[in-house]
Write a protein that binds this ligand. Structure first.
Ligand code: SF4
Length: 400
């Protein structure tokens, strides 16, 4: 206020007459200005006005004030139809790469592989593993329609990744009941995804898998005449289906032997046996190596053989080298000395003429040194925190 008064006083002192007008912003404010503003600019000596004077600045702003236009130039520019808009093209879905079937240079057959294979086969004949009674081939047992049998097999395999056979088997039974008693493509399409999720919520990645099963059923209806396709590439085009599931589906559902189904057991055991020149980093590397030298007639059997062996004897942590014939025969480079622990239950062998096989109970926490294989990749494949995994997309390496 003091600044404004002093300015007016200075103006009147030079005999300049002032005129008044109301502010265009506030009618209760009166603006004082010289009648001859040009004369003022020449006659009044430029006296510095303190920068801190807000009042002075505010009056000046009122002179300069221009009412805003109805829209800013920027907005006008945007709404100008003459300016061409940028067209965002939809990117076409990526074409799936075909699953490789052979190595450029075959892997050499390991020495003594036949003796090792036959020894494992002999051990397997004396034990019953979960895969023998609850494997993916069991999922079709309650279906009579051939299409439903094939679809049940595929669903069981989709549920089986990161899940024990016992849990997978129970989930298939529950899912079949939830969709109306028969695990058909139509029934899954008609069933709400939340109902599917509820039925399979004990398996790993159950949220993701419920979506995958639903999407797979729709794709099978739309692209494959409501049936399971007969090629690996077509099977791998389904959400959540990888090479291991595809090869096993072909073997079980169609009786087609197009390759080896390599899961974590086959990957781990063949590395422990030293069957790869360099330890393989993932199941796909393992599959291509094995397929290049293992006789084709064994491609189907090796999965079942090694899965059961890996479930009971050559387990991921604390392999039972004390009971393994390969250790006794000096055929395994990863054989370990037994670490005595009171927590470890003894294995009771079956009577030689007993028709019943022995189911060996395992201790998960026996402390054995780690075998000399690619521990990092095995850890990724086998040790997944259950709760964390639910909301994450299934890593490609897990869709085997
Ligand atoms: S000796 Fe031990 S590591 Fe080797 S195959 Fe047998 S259980 Fe597995």
């Amino acid at each position: 206020m003091a600044s404004s008064s002093s300015r007016i006083t200075r103006t009147t002192a030079r005999s300049m007459s002032l005129r008044t007008r109301p502010s265009i912003l506030n009618s209760s404010v009166t603006i004082y200005e010289p009648e001859d503003i040009e004369a003022l600019s020449t006659s009044v000596s430029p006296e510095p006005i303190p920068e801190s004077s807000r009042r002075t600045k505010r009056i000046k702003r009122e002179y300069d004030y221009e009412p805003p236009a109805s829209s800013t130039p920027r907005k006008r520019q945007k709404s100008d139809a003459s300016i061409p808009r940028k067209v965002v093209k939809a990117t076409p879905p990526k074409k799936a790469k075909p699953i490789p079937q052979a190595l450029a240079e075959p892997h050499p057959a390991p020495e003594n592989w036949r003796e090792v294979y036959d020894t494992i086969k002999e051990m397997r004949s004396r034990i019953t593993a979960p895969v023998d009674t609850m494997g993916c081939d069991q999922a079709q047992r309650n279906e009579s329609d051939p299409k439903n049998r094939r679809f049940s097999t595929l669903v069981a395999l989709m549920l089986s990744s990161q899940t024990k056979d016992e849990v997978t088997d129970a989930a298939v039974i529950k899912l079949r009941a939830a969709v109306g008693g028969s695990l058909s493509i139509d029934a899954v399409i008609k069933t709400d995804e939340s109902v599917i999720a509820e039925a399979i919520n004990k398996v790993g990645f159950w949220r993701r898998k419920s979506g995958y099963i639903k999407k797979a059923a729709e794709k099978l209806r739309d692209d494959f005449d409501s049936d399971v396709p007969k090629t690996v590439d077509e099977l791998c085009s389904l959400s959540g289906v990888g090479p291991k599931m595809a090869f096993l589906t072909l073997q079980v559902a169609w009786n087609l032997n197009h390759g080896i189904g390599v899961d974590v057991h086959v990957h781990r055991i063949t590395n422990r046996l030293g069957w790869h020149k360099k330890p393989t980093k993932n199941p796909e590397e393992t599959r291509l190596n094995l397929q290049s030298w293992l006789p084709t007639e064994l491609h189907r059997d090796i999965n079942h053989l090694l899965v059961g062996f890996g479930q009971v004897i050559c387990v991921p942590v604390g392999p039972r080298c004390d009971t393994c014939e390969l250790s006794k025969k000096g055929l395994c480079p990863s054989a370990q000395k037994v670490v005595k622990t009171t927590k470890r239950k003894p294995i009771v062998p079956s009577a030689p003429d007993s028709p019943a096989k022995v189911k060996i109970e395992l201790e998960e926490d026996a402390k054995y040194p780690k075998p000399p294989i690619d521990q990092e990749s095995m850890a990724q494949l086998e040790i997944m925190p259950k709760e964390e995994e639910e909301d994450l997309p299934i890593p490609k390496s897990e869709i085997l």
